[in-house]
Design a protein around this ligand. Sequence first.
Ligand code: NAP
Length: 277
Amino acid sequence: MRDFTARPEHGLVWISGASSGIGRALALKLAGEGYKVAVTARSHEKLVELQAEASGLAGSIVVLDGDVTDAEDMEHIMASIEYEHGTLAMAILNAGVYLPVHAEDLNRADFEKSFAVNLSGVVNCLLPAVRHMKAKGQGQIAIVSSVTGYGGLPTGAAYGATKAALINMAESLKFDLDKMGIRIQLICPGFVDTPATRKNAFPMPSLVSTDEAARQIAAGLKSQAFEISFPRRFTMMLKLARMLPYSAYFMLVNRVTGWRERPSSAGRHPVTPHPAE
Ligand SMILES: NC(=O)c1ccc[n+]([C@@H]2O[C@H](COP(=O)([O-])OP(=O)(O)OC[C@H]3O[C@@H](n4cnc5c(N)ncnc54)[C@H](OP(=O)(O)O)[C@@H]3O)[C@@H](O)[C@H]2O)c1
């Protein structure tokens, strides 16, 4: 039996984190294919601009701004989708932040914000989405993780930890959601040229545009694959690297990123005092 695939006639697609980058490009792509797309983020003006840009397309954009870290906000958005705009056919849980972590200067706020947006933010959207899809016995959910979730990488202690958790979350949910008629998929992009990656001060191999990312994701959502990862060769290489013994994995990542040769700031900064000190 084929898993459920949401088509425009089934209802709305909800995309979180659609004011820029991958989410924005995907909203335009799906609206171009005739879907009615509800877009969520905190930047109301950017979402209204996106809606205007989609005005000539086959589908349409509905602006429902909100903060994914606010569970009540997400419940209200879900209610608005269901009772004012149609019915939820697909949810793409994409909102996320990338905060690089350097062990020389560990900062609690970076971990807490990453966990709040990337993990709790997904849960806050997932719960109402599953509840509504369960009542109908069908639906499609895609969680945006990252290839960073495959294995530890320099600066990824907070971001990578959230993305690894999302991979496990999607895998674990699949067992029950399959039985409920709800299809869950995992999206693991490599490097995509977005505002989030433009601040990276290192070369990004196999970087793709947001349009290419949207094209890959839109195709993957219609396929029967559990994981949508791209660009293919890059993500396969990372998966193979993760199968190496740890000693070889750490050596490889150090060599490819040149991380060992980078100067460490340990000892150069005064120790940040604990607030209690
Ligand atoms: N770019 C890459 O190379 C890459 C690779 C792998 C995975 N990813 C993942 O892809 C997703 C999109 O990333 P991107 O590169 O497109 O980043 P981006 O351009 O910075 O977009 C992030 C989106 O998330 C929204 N967002 C952030 N915090 C939010 C909050 N508290 N509530 C609601 N929305 C919030 C932002 O909107 P507002 O600021 O307006 O709220 C924005 O629309 C993320 O989950 C990221 O981890 C990206």
